[in-house]
Each structure stands twice: as C-alpha cells, then as structure tokens.
Ligand binder design. Structure first.
Ligand code: DLL
Length: 433
C-alpha cells in the first residue's frame, strides 16, 4: 500500500508541477486583478499587469498580502464573486482584533476535501477506518476540513467535536475508533483523562493520528506516540489557505509535503522580505493557485520553517517538503535580550518522562527585570522532595539551552487550565504591570 489518495498528482514530475504552477499563477493574478479592487490597486501601484507574469520567478513582482490587509477588507471585500456563489464560511481562531473570514465556493470545498483526503491517506487513513474527530465544529476550519477529507477517503466519521473528554474516550471504546485527529495538546490531555478513567490509551484500537493547528515539537510527538501507541503525523494549514490540508508528513517523518498543485510556497526573511536559500529558515509565504472564491497572493503566514531541497522523497512523492513549523515569528519572545521560542522549552520538557501533558511560560517584570517562570504538569502527583528535584533538573536543562535561568514550578496533573482551542504557551504579563 503506498498511502496515496491521488498517485498521479502526488508523484507528478517536478517539471510538470512547475508548468502547472505557472499556468495557475497566471490565472490567479488575472482573476484577482479583474475582480478584487484591493489587488487591482496594489498591482497598479507596483506598475504590474497580469500579463507581466511570464515565469514563476516573476512572482517576486507581486505584492505581499498580510493579515492586516484581510482585516481591513473583512468580511467580504476580498471575494472574487457575488456572495450568492458561496456555500460556507470559516473564520480564523485569532484572539485579537477582527477575525479573518474566508468564504468557499463549491469548488473551493471540493479542493479542500481533496487535499485533506491526500493528507489523511498519507497518514494511514483508509475506508476501513473509524475516524474520530475531536475538534470543535464551528467557524474554526479544523473539524470541517478533516470531516470532508475523511468522508472523501470513505472512512466512517464520528463527529464528536471537542470537549466532554470522558465521553470522547467512551466513544472511542464503544465505536472502536482506529484513527483520531485533533490539536496536539488536546490529544495529550485526552490520554491523561483516559488514564484517570482507568483506561490505558494504548489498549484502545487506535493505530494512527493526525494532529496540527499549533506548534508541536518532535518530543511532544514522541510522547503522544508512546502514550497512545499510535503513528503520529503532523498536518499544517491556516484559515487563509483553506484550513488544515496545506501539508503533512509522510511515513518518512522527515518534513511535510506541501501540495504544490494548489499552493505556491516561498520562504522569505521576515525583516527584509527577501527570499532565503533552500534549507534556510524564514517565514513561509504562500500563494493560492486554485482558490476560486478568495485567492491570495504571497500571503505572509508568519510561520517559521524552511524548505528542503526538492527531490523525490523515499515515499515516491515529488511535492516539496518543509520542516515542521517551529513557531510563529510573533511567538518569539525577548527576555533580557535573549530570543526564545516556546519550542525550545518544550523540547527540554517533553524529553523528561516525569513531565505530564501541559506546560506554559509566564513572563513578568519584577523590579524592572524580566522574569521567566515555566509552569509544567507532572504526569502523576509527586512528593515534595521529588517535585523539588524535578524543578531543579528542568531549570538547569532549560538554562543550558536558552542561557537564562528560569524559575520552574512543577504542578500536579491537570494543574494548568486547558482553555480555548489551542494551547496557550506564552502568558506575557509585562505590559499589564
Ligand atoms: O489551525 C488550521 C488547522 C486545523 C491546521 C487543524 C491543522 C489542524 P488557524 O486557526 O487559521 O487554522 O491557524 C493557523 O496555526 O498559521 C500556524 O501558526 C498554526 N499551525 C497550524 N498547523 C500547524 C502545525 C488552523 N502543524 C495557524 N504546526 C498557522 C505548527 C501550526 N503550527
């Protein structure tokens, strides 16, 4: 079994991919120039006409699009068609400011289902699976993307939605769930809940899971694999592109294949906006190639990653791979002049078998000095001495990575509130003092 939903496209030659990309890029630029006043104005300002796009390199002539551009034009000014042509909308889960709204035509839903079906099949889903979807069904794109993709594969979808954790576990047992989706931090939480119910997650029938929506390190991935006894895949996506379904890692577990027939990816330096070299880290910038209802040119994702040299992967796929997303450029925090990404801390924490499922960083300002406190749950209740030893050990390990000494506080299992859709790893209290 080669785990491919659309072998012809997934193994298409690089030349054919490039040809297709150029054709679709040109169509997209024409489409937005003719139908979206925002883009017409931007292109005119740059003195670029759609017919100036003659090679893929010419993408550099096009303007970037930012989240603020989408906010300024929310909810419907970026659409190419009258509202009556759309059948669904979703909005970003962003907590600040106006949400980003994306509207889908029937064709956009079809493309989204196709890319999701590819990602799910790549992660081991087949029509024989019972697929549980513990993601909230609502304006967040997550649940619907998985739902459409899994149905396209032909799996039996159990649309549980998020929450009611004990019920999730009961249903996994009752229906014999074999494949699960979700937000990485939530699946770890569910594992803890199962154990509290006296059920070992490993004993359930699950063989694989596909998770995303937030940064998760390979150490956290390993923890999920061990806890649940499943093969874990990473799925990346964002509301602005479609939702989940932009890329996923194959069985090589070495980078995520990005569907280049639908998305054109660049990596740029987030400050200069100049392209960086292959294998060099920067911000992912993505252009939609087949979006009918709300195409976007050179969208600045703020997500930090790097592209691998495009060559045929051992899995047989030809679509370019990118490294797991390290975090968002706006997640990076600076404490006493040191740049810190939450992923660096998570890597240290998740390597330790005594560490439980949730953690967060709290930054405060005390007497004019920034302080970093790392709160972390243990995987079982610890006596005072063991707790102190663990705190000291983690403090020293974190210090050796970030060259700054944090306070470490070990809390009992479920000691950190699980609120919202995605884990909140950084609580910066500096500006509220
Ligand atoms: O989180 C879509 C999604 C749902 C992806 C379920 C995967 C699974 P938004 O709410 O618009 O959409 O958030 C998009 O989440 O720009 C990244 O910063 C982050 N993100 C998404 N997937 C990953 C991942 C969905 N696999 C934002 N690794 C993106 C790291 C991720 N970060």
């Amino acid at each position: 079994m080669d785990n491919m939903f659309n072998k012809k496209i997934e193994t298409m030659s690089r030349e054919k991919i490039k040809e297709l990309q150029l054709k679709r890029l040109r169509e997209t630029v024409h489409r937005v120039y003719n139908n979206v006043p925002f883009y017409r104005k931007k292109l005119n300002e740059k003195g670029v006409k759609p017919q100036d796009i003659k090679t893929l390199e010419d993408i550099k002539k096009l303007p970037f699009t930012t989240k603020n551009d989408l906010r300024d034009n929310a909810p419907f000014s970026m659409l190419t068609l009258p509202l009556e042509e759309y059948i669904e909308l979703h909005a970003s889960s962003g907590t600040t400011g106006t949400p980003i709204t994306v509207c889908y035509t029937p064709q956009d839903i079809e493309v989204w289902s196709e890319v999701m079906a590819r990602c799910l099949t790549m992660s081991g889903l087949t029509k024989k699976d019972v697929f549980q979807n513990p993601i909230p069904y609502g304006t967040f794109t997550g649940a619907f993307g998985f739902h459409y993709g899994a149905q396209k594969v032909g799996a039996l979808v159990v649309p549980t939605g998020k929450g009611q954790s004990e019920r999730q576990i009961k249903l996994m047992k009752y229906y014999g769930t074999t494949f699960v989706s979700g937000v990485a931090s939530y699946i770890l939480h569910l594992g803890q809940v199962a154990r509290d119910m006296g059920i070992e997650p490993n004993d359930l029938k699950l063989h694989s899971g596909l998770f995303g929506a937030e940064m998760f390190t390979k150490e956290l991935k390993k923890k999920i694999e061990e806890m649940w006894g499943i093969d874990v895949h990473d799925i990346y996506g964002l509301t602005e592109m479609c939702g989940p379904g932009v890329s996923t890692d194959c069985d090589e577990h070495d980078g995520l294949h990005l569907w280049e027939d639908h998305f054109l990816v660049e990596v740029v330096d987030p400050v200069t906006l100049e392209p960086v070299d292959v294998e060099e880290e920067g911000e992912l910038v993505i252009t939609t190639l087949t979006k009918e209802g709300m195409p976007l040119l050179r969208y600045r994702t703020r997500d930090i990653s790097k592209l691998y040299d495009a060559k045929v992967c051992n899995c047989g796929r030809t679509h370019v791979k990118h490294a797991p997303v390290k975090g968002r450029s706006d997640d990076m925090i600076i404490i006493r002049g040191t740049n810190i990404y939450p992923g660096q801390i998570e890597t240290v924490l998740m390597k330790n078998p005594m560490v439980g499922s949730n953690w967060r960083m709290i930054i405060t300002r005390e007497e004019g000095m920034d302080q970093l406190t790392v709160e972390v749950e243990s995987n079982e209740k610890l006596d005072e001495k063991t707790k102190k030893n663990l705190e000291n050990l983690l403090r020293d390990e974190i210090k050796s990575i970030i060259t700054l000494t944090p306070r470490v506080v070990v809390l009992p299992p479920k000691g950190i509130p699980m609120e919202g859709l995605k884990a909140k790893r950084v609580v910066d209290k500096r500006n509220t003092h």
